[in-house]
Design a protein around this ligand. Structure first.
Ligand SMILES: Nc1ncnc2c1ncn2[C@@H]1O[C@H](COP(=O)(O)OP(=O)(O)OP(=O)(O)O)[C@@H](O)[C@H]1O
Length: 249
């Protein structure tokens, strides 16, 4: 049975997790960077993945979307084993990965990028949606994406989470390098996705803000899960300090 067939049986309307990493290990060459990582993203819920630089957050998202094959363990989308399913087929199952460092077509205009993200027949509606979320993009539809500021490029990349109509979005450092006012816009956008019932796996440098949006949280430390559970307890000062703050090394 293929992953597509399985989705028909255990699709997003069931209680199967939108995403599951089961005992995943991953390595680059000889270096193992993830060890026995298990995490679950529930349908319609926001899951924050937090940890210091180099802990393996980006690698976890890459394994989830299929950009990196795990050396051990399994990846499941809507309960279907997709460990050996190519990234574009996982996208077809409703998974949208927005990588750190944009993932947009720099030589295409903003309008053309949005048109590529939107489904056929829904381009104008998609552009309206994008401009409503990020008004600056609406004023720059004819501009080449590569000439946008870093923040504007980030906003454009995030539009994929709206326009591709995914039910699971993996978003890596959406607020990296952005001015505070744009960071506010990005978090408002993430709240909108949450309100629309999209499952989110969020990696962001602003741990506190991520935890406030999130239902569930995982803390990664040196490639291993150091905390898994509700996000709210980590907002407590002592817990935050123990798992995420300066003393969490
Ligand atoms: N392509 C690669 N080749 C070799 N090592 C890599 C590669 N990508 C990442 N690494 C290493 O894997 C480890 C985990 O990296 P990863 O990018 O997943 O961490 P991260 O938690 O996302 O860190 P950051 O917050 O700094 O982005 C790091 O030690 C990193 O140097």
């Amino acid at each position: 049975m293929t992953a597509t067939d399985l989705r028909a049986d255990t699709g997003p309307h069931t209680t199967a997790p939108a995403l599951e990493l089961r005992d995943v290990s991953a390595r680059y060459g000889e270096t193992t960077v993830l060890r026995d990582v298990s995490l679950t993203v529930r349908p319609g819920r926001v899951t924050a993945l937090i940890g210091p630089n180099g802990a393996g957050k980006t690698t976890s998202l890459r394994v989830a979307s299929g950009l990196l094959a795990p050396s051990e363990g399994q990846v499941l989308v809507d309960g279907a084993d997709v460990t050996r399913t190519a990234p574009h087929r996982r996208a077809g199952l409703g998974l949208c990965h927005i990588p750190e460092g944009r993932g947009i077509y720099r030589n295409l205009t903003v309008r053309e990028n949005l048109a590529m993200m939107a489904s056929r027949g829904a381009v104008e509606e998609g552009i309206e949606k994008a401009a409503a979320a990020f008004p600056v993009l609406g004023n720059r539809l004819g501009q080449k994406a590569g000439t946008l500021s870093g923040g504007e490029q980030q906003m454009l990349a995030l539009c994929a989470a709206h326009l591709r109509r995914p039910h699971l979005v993996l978003v890596d450092e959406p607020s990296l390098g952005l001015a505070p006012i744009v960071v506010d816009l990005v978090f408002e956008f993430l709240e909108t996705l949450k309100a629309e019932g999209i499952a989110l796996l969020l990696v962001d440098q602003y741990a506190l803000r991520s935890l406030k949006v999130a239902d569930t949280a995982y803390v990664l430390r040196r490639g291993r899960i150091a905390y898994s559970g509700d996000a709210a307890p980590l907002l407590d000062g002592n817990m935050f300090e123990q798992y995420i703050g300066e003393g969490a090394a």
